[in-house]
Design a binder for this molecule. Structure first.
Ligand code: GLY
Length: 429
């Protein structure tokens, strides 16, 4: 099978690494890729959100499968164009990607499908926002309606900050979503979908704030781990039954089947599972951890989803290990990341057993040196016998890598390792 991966981040690097390990994948390409992916496959340039350009590249390479990493090409209709051209594609059409592209649409689908989620108001004026803040109380949750690379959400008890974000969202679009805050630990469950059948991957948890202790600004994600030793028994089955399958059924009923990865962002509240958000693609950085544990052949699995054959797939197999990912970020990320700093130590880190360093914001300078070129620069992932072992390996690897101004959280997976995560009890359903 020949496979093309679209994207240039650590998530796509992890997909490339997973696909390269599948003996059924005999040719692998990434576009536009990054220097890390270039060590594992042929990298081509492409304007990722230009459907015609992607179709032309897929035809030139004669690939059997295109795996779309980020959300922007999905919302731009790259999935539609590839399907129309007869190319199997892992990633939904634009209409189904609206589950991520529009928070208001996602709420509408959840209501129609009877999926538990927070109460919300889609406001078109600041006065409506103020009313919703009064109704729901603090902390206030304010979500931009369109794509915002995970940074369109502000959760704050500071009403002025919430109003300022609402104002900024209303200036960008004509609506903003205000939600009731969901109290309880968060879970990311990735679900493979072929339009009809759903197959869950292993649940993970990510860390969205920049600083230890979930302090500081929201980011694209500073780390992740899997599995979740604290998760209640039957969690995955419950999410499939209460969330993923009803949504996939509702999308099919509307004539916009969901084919690809349904990212269920959940809170385990005192009232049970509640949906915080959906994404229409693999999560970053959870993917880097989750795929490290998957031992089933990734190309075969994604191809089955793309071609409506998930029901025929044997059960997925997983290494009986834990995985921890630590994101290493550039100076001033997320506000205004510095670029051009020389990175050292990746080879030494990769030489450690069960450690993989996935590239995101890296570039090769003219003199051949690897430099920073984005906010989240690297995702350092380690497998271990348990979370404590995986954490220790991941942080040992992080300690070998350096550049000016580098920063990372030191508490990824720490509460889980110390068995300090609890689910609120005593709800009404
Ligand atoms: N981990 C958050 C996201 O992928 O959007």
């Amino acid at each position: 099978m020949k496979v093309l991966v679209l994207g240039s981040g650590a998530r796509e690097h992890a997909l490339v690494t997973g696909l390269a390990a599948d003996p059924g994948v005999d040719a692998l390409y990434a576009a536009p890729g990054n220097p890390g992916m270039a060590q594992e496959c042929e990298v081509r340039s492409v304007a990722m959100t230009d459907p015609e350009a992607v179709v032309a590249l897929a035809r030139e390479l004669a690939v059997d499968l295109v795996v779309i990493g980020p959300e922007a090409p999905l919302v731009a209709g790259v999935g539609n164009a590839l399907r129309e051209a007869g190319v199997a594609v892992f990633g939904p059409d634009a209409a189904a990607a609206e589950l991520e592209g529009s928070k208001a649409f996602a709420k509408e689908i959840m209501e129609a499908a009877g999926v538990p989620t927070s109460q919300s108001v889609t406001a078109t004026s600041l006065a409506e926002c103020e009313e919703a803040f009064d109704r729901f109380g603090a902390p206030h949750v304010v979500k931009a309606d369109g794509l915002a690379a995970g940074k369109g959400v502000v959760v704050t008890s500071d009403r002025d900050e919430a109003l300022a974000h609402a104002r900024a969202c209303l200036a960008e679009a004509d609506r903003v979503v205000i939600e009731d805050f969901l109290d309880g630990p968060e879970v990311s469950l990735f679900v493979l979908c072929d339009g009809t059948t759903t197959v869950p991957l292993a649940p993970a948890q990510d860390f969205k704030r920049a600083l230890n202790g979930d302090e500081g600004p929201n980011t694209g994600g500073m780390g992740a781990y899997t599995p979740l030793p604290w998760a209640p028994e039957g969690l995955v089955e419950d999410v499939i039954a209460q969330v993923a399958q009803p949504v996939v059924d509702e999308m099919a009923r509307r004539g916009t089947p969901f084919v690809g990865l349904l990212y269920c962002g959940l809170a385990l509240t005192k009232n049970g599972i509640e949906v915080i958000e959906f994404n229409a693609r693999f999560g970053d950085p959870e993917t880097q951890a989750v795929l490290q544990r998957l031992t089933s052949p990734l190309g075969t699995v994604l191809h089955a989803a793309a071609t409506g054959e998930l029901a025929q797939l044997p059960p997925l197999e997983w290494a009986d290990k834990s995985a921890v990912t630590v994101v290493m970020a550039a100076e001033n990320y997320p506000a205004d990341p510095a670029t051009g700093d020389v990175i050292t130590g990746i080879e030494q880190a990769n030489a450690l057993e069960d450690v993989h360093v996935f590239h995101a914001g890296t570039s090769t300078a003219e003199d051949g040196e690897l430099t920073t070129s984005g906010g989240r620069v690297l995702s350092v992932t380690a497998l271990g016998a348990d979370l404590a072992d995986a954490r220790a390996r991941a942080y040992e690897a992080v300690g070998l890598i350096r550049w000016r101004g580098e920063h990372h959280r030191t508490d990824i997976a720490q509460l889980a390792e110390e068995n300090r995560i609890t689910i609120p009890q005593g709800g009404s359903r």
